[in-house]
Design a protein. Structure first.
Length: 77
């Protein structure tokens, strides 16, 4: 399984991600929400948590939208 955590998605921004996590409450909230959604997806994909395909697809879409929001925030701050 491919890793989708933010540090693997944007390794070149590792320091900026850390700095924003400790200094910007909005960024921290979005980062934590992304992490929770990614963890849920991983749990489903490994068979640990049963769900419907529809729910899994909704979570994947949410993860993409959160990732886009994080990327935009990183580029603009």
């Amino acid at each position: 399984m491919q890793k989708h955590d933010i540090l693997h998605e944007f390794p070149e921004m590792k320091e900026k991600i850390h700095n924003l996590k400790v200094s910007d409450s909005h960024f921290k909230k979005v980062f934590e929400e992304y992490h929770e959604v990614d963890h849920s997806i991983h749990s489903i994909e490994t068979g640990a948590t049963p769900t419907t395909d529809e729910h899994l697809n909704e979570l994947r879409l949410k993860r993409v939208n959160l990732k886009d929001a994080i990327y935009s925030y990183l580029k603009n701050n």
